[in-house]
Ligand binder design. Sequence first.
Ligand SMILES: [Zn+2]
Length: 186
Amino acid sequence: MAGVLATASTVGVAANVAAQPRFRCDYTYDYDGGRGGVLTPAPQPVTAQFQQICAAIGYNAPLAIFRGAVGNAAADVINGQPVVIYNPDFLNKLYKCALYAPATVLAHEIGHHANADTHWSSQNKHPWTRELGADWISGVALRKLGASLDQAESGIMCFDPYGPGSSSHPNSQQRLQAISDGWHNA
Ligand SMILES: [Zn+2]
């Protein structure tokens, strides 16, 4: 028995990697399939806003935020740790477009964790159900932060208001509707 335990302990890291869920959100449909390369801690203003969003929706489970080389932003689980990874260039572009746009993206990624989309039990959800659920949470969060409906929709509007969607993501008009539904239900 001791030998079995020792073996399990020795391969613990590899086992964690193998047990990670297959689903990893991306904000849009160009997920690079990687894990963000080298992850660095988010700067204080981003961390503060991230924590505000978590508090706004009552999500208080451990959740870390990192900068990384993802396509735009992603919800993931790394070595058992739920994380949000964002591309700073992407968020900076959105920030120049609209004040609340970066918050809408962070809220979407937090929404995936709040909806347990990275957990094995959610693997059978349709991808669009996951994305629209995260957008709904984003609408709720933004209203609780004091954003208008236009501001809550600004992430999608800045990125691509007429995005056609894909197998993983519904089109932008459906996503805007989900954000609006969340905002109105907050
Ligand atoms: Zn998503």
